[in-house]
Design a protein around this ligand. Structure first.
Ligand SMILES: Cc1ncc(COP(=O)(O)O)c(C=O)c1O
Length: 380
């Protein structure tokens, strides 16, 4: 084994100990399943402890994890995750969308729950090597992609409440199609159960936040809605976000409004990309608090012409119906809105290699031969 000293700046090589089965990939891509139900057959694993830091980086066949039932993650939710995608381009290349932002956000989330950061170069290398080996799993169908799910968990097998001293970083992958099957979704405003609190973990991508939203989501689903729109915890008045997406409102024809980040909202990468693109599309983007009653009044007066959700999984999805205090209100004509459609085309055009990447957002996945040898098989 080549010695590699792990520090936060030192990137270990990633050993490859398994091969994908292309027949299995072909079969999986031939019958698209619900989001995240089909997993590709390789995964990345990297272990961490205090003495060795991150070590033993390896890509293996997908397999269940072996964890003590006392592992901290199972009791105290010491876990964080990310979500980003690899896209098949018409010229045969495969590219990742802004993966360094996901890597940095994973580390922001890690700090928020006392987990160790994974060096950004190691995260990028893990994503690139995994996708390179899983090229046959990247779907070429419209609106489809290979979704990557990196995560860090506390694996320490002891029940005392405290931060874990042993950890696992892993990355799994799933070929996915559109998150929502219809053009526009119905969302229900949740007034009783906030998702995140000031000073809490709302800005981190940690499982507990999602657990906090699941009962409200269950109710919304039972009433025929697709998603929940959460309000701020203190006043129960200001619009925050959905359970896996940020929210935007279109006022008039050209003004985009989204709630400001203040620690209770996930700083979405799609959200950020929309704010960066808006000017180029002749839109004015504003980050300001959005009282729910103003939103409802704006729908009634016609001042609010569109609402849409933005996130990696759903890209940009129009909201066709808003449920508030037991009443369903149509947004516009209830279908996909024109501003959402333009933004969606602008972002997906870059993601799928149809339009030039003038912002330098895409990272083309190199094949192993093109990668610096020091980064491949240096550990083992
Ligand atoms: C709670 C929440 N808000 C917003 C988003 C959108 O973030 P992004 O655009 O980075 O996917 C996500 C998904 O990651 C999320 O889970």
């Amino acid at each position: 084994m080549t010695a590699t000293t792990m520090t936060t700046t030192n990137v270990p090589g990633i050993r490859v100990k398994g091969r994908t089965d292309p027949a299995r990939a072909r079969a999986a891509l031939a019958r698209p399943a619900a989001f995240g139900q089909t997993l590709a057959d390789l995964m990345v694993r990297v272990a961490h402890d205090e003495a060795r830091g991150w070590h033993g980086a390896v890509i293996t066949r997908l397999a269940p994890l072996s964890l003590s039932p006392a592992a901290k993650v199972l009791h105290y939710s010491q876990e964080i995750f990310e979500g980003h995608k690899a896209y098949a381009w018409p010229d045969g290349q495969v590219a990742l969308f802004r993966p360094e932002l996901n890597a940095r956000r994973l580390n922001d989330s890690a700090r928020a729950v006392g987990l160790p950061e994974v060096p950004v170069p190691l995260q990028l290398e893990a994503a690139e090597r995994l996708v390179d080996l899983l090229r046959c799993w990247v779907p070429a169908a419209p609106d489809a992609s290979l979704y990557l799910r990196p995560a860090i968990i506390g694996t320490d097998p002891s029940l005392g409440v405290g931060p874990s001293r042993e950890h696992l970083y892993f990355v799994i992958a799933s070929p996915v199609g559109p998150y929502f099957s219809d053009g526009a979704i119905a969302i229900q405003v949740e007034e009783e159960r906030p998702r995140a609190v000031p000073g809490g973990l709302g800005a981190a991508k940690t499982g507990g936040n999602y657990a906090a939203g699941l009962a409200a989501q269950q109710d919304a689903l039972a009433r025929g809605y697709d998603q929940v729109l959460f309000l701020d915890a203190r006043r129960r008045r200001y619009v925050e976000e959905l359970n896996a997406m940020n929210v935007f409102v279109v006022e008039g024809e050209r003004t985009l409004v989204t709630p400001p980040l203040g620690g209770t909202i996930l700083p979405g990468i799609t959200r950020r990309s929309i704010l960066e693109l808006a000017g180029e599309l002749g839109l004015r983007a504003v980050e300001r608090p959005l009282p729910v009653e103003d939103l409802v009044a704006g729908l009634a007066s016609g001042e609010v012409s569109e609402i849409f959700a933005a996130g990696t999984a759903a890209v940009i999805t129009s909201v066709g119906t808003l449920g508030y205090r037991g009443q369903r209100r149509l947004v516009g004509d209830g279908g996909a809105g024109p501003v959402a459609a333009r933004l969606r085309e602008a972002i997906t055009g870059v993601q799928y290699g149809r339009t030039p990447d003038t912002h330098g957002w895409m990272r083309v996945v190199r094949s192993a031969g093109e990668v610096e040898p020091a980064l491949v098989n240096a550990v083992g």
